[in-house]
Design a protein around this ligand. Structure first.
Ligand code: ATP
Ligand code: MG
Length: 357
């Protein structure tokens, strides 16, 4: 049976890298005999907003819920639509309504890419950040008192539920289980945040009992960020609350070079709803329309999507094809951000060719 993929290219370079993402997926599907069926949607973009006064149609949930996955480009065009409208009106709706409670980002230094961390080679940095995506510090609970006076008090609470904490930890432990090093690091701050973070730590200890083969450690977020920079080779799977995961899932990919190649996934692991796969980068208005955006973030997100759909071998092969093209280092093929003079299309085509060989 065909896997149904909803395509939402969005704005700016999203519309340029998406065709390359599809090209790579089609080539991979052909080689591995996977049946993918793509359906393109115009909504979820600022142009749609300008025409309809909203980012999504009222029945978007009904339209999308039956898909096996959503493949997203990038959303936002601040000159036309304020970011809080474009982002809240599309991507964040998907994350919430489809209960995509895992945000997953691989942090892997690829061949031919220069890490901002001096002396680091591919192989030194190869880990995942797993971020809790639905509660924690980003629960909008709290309020203001004595507003406008000099006695103003502002409070925002962190909400952790056993269900919310356990499900993200379980996902992270299961992921660590599939990795050769079988290592899990928990981000905490239980020396300063005295109620929620000790609870998080307790749940980690409890969950670890079910995974005796996994080596577990924890760091306070302050020293953990330092260690991402100083010792990225220590990490395998790193799990954090919404806020800590947010910080780590930007820092991690930043340690692996250019923003144009980093992928991400917003996952509903049980498959009750579709999961969403998108590059880390945004719509990049500064380079949009020039055909020079790096398509690797989109293509790699496609590899994550294949893995999620149950085709790990195909996903791994697509990542290998990306590595092959980056290693070859052909400046006519590579885009500028990775030292070449090529285009979005030349790089996308080279990767599709590599997977087809
Ligand atoms: P957002 O707010 O949507 O997360 P942003 O506006 O913070 O995104 P991006 O749109 O990701 O940031 O762009 C940040 C910088 O990185 C820009 O200078 C942009 O040109 C560059 N950039 C982003 N994506 C790519 C890409 N795929 N290829 C090359 N350069 C990129
Ligand atoms: Mg932006």
């Amino acid at each position: 049976m065909a896997h149904r993929i909803a395509i939402i290219a969005g704005d700016g370079i999203g519309t340029e890298v998406m065709p390359e993402g599809i090209r790579a997926l089609e080539a991979t599907a052909k080689r591995f005999n996977i049946d993918l069926e793509f359906t393109t949607f115009e909504f979820g973009s600022c142009d749609y907003y300008l025409e309809h006064g909203k980012m999504l149609p009222d029945d978007w949930f009904e339209q999308l819920k039956g898909f096996d996955a959503l493949f997203y480009g990038a959303v936002g065009w601040p000159d036309k639509v304020p970011d809080h409208i474009s982002l809240w009106g599309s991507l964040l709706q998907f994350r919430r309504q489809f209960d995509q409670y895992i945000n997953l980002r691989p942090c892997k230094l690829m061949p031919g890419i220069k890490s901002p961390l001096a002396g680091r080679e591919p192989g030194d940095i190869d880990f995942y950040v797993v971020r809790e995506n639905t509660e924690g510090e980003y629960s909008s609970v709290g309020g203001k008192m004595f507003e406008g006076t000099d006695r103003e008090v502002v409070i925002q609470d962190t909400v952790m539920t056993r269900t919310g904490v356990d499900r993200v930890l379980k996902y992270a432990f299961e992921l660590a289980q599939t990795r050769p090093r079988k290592k899990l690091t928990s981000a905490t701050k239980s020396n300063g945040i005295s109620i929620t973070m000790p609870y998080w730590d307790e749940r980690v200890v409890e969950m670890a009992k079910g995974y005796p083969e996994i080596a577990v450690d924890k760091f306070h977020i302050d020293i953990l960020t330092a260690n991402f920079v100083l010792h990225p080779d220590w990490f395998d799977v790193v799990v954090g609350s919404n806020l800590f995961g947010d910080i780590l899932s930007d820092l991690g990919p930043a340690c692996t070079g250019t923003i144009g190649i980093a992928p991400s996934a917003n996952i509903n692991p049980e498959g009750h709803f579709p999961s969403l796969f998108e590059p880390v980068h945004g719509s990049a208005p500064d380079i949009a329309g020039k055909g020079i955006a790096n398509p690797i973030g989109q293509i790699w997100s496609g590899a994550m999507m294949l893995e999620h759909l149950g085709y790990k071998e195909a996903g791994d092969a697509l990542v290998s094809a990306i590595e092959e093209v980056l290693s070859a280092g052909d400046s006519q093929v590579l885009t500028r951000d990775v030292g070449g003079q090529g285009t979005t299309q030349s790089l996308g085509k080279a990767i599709a060719d590599a997977i087809s060989r």
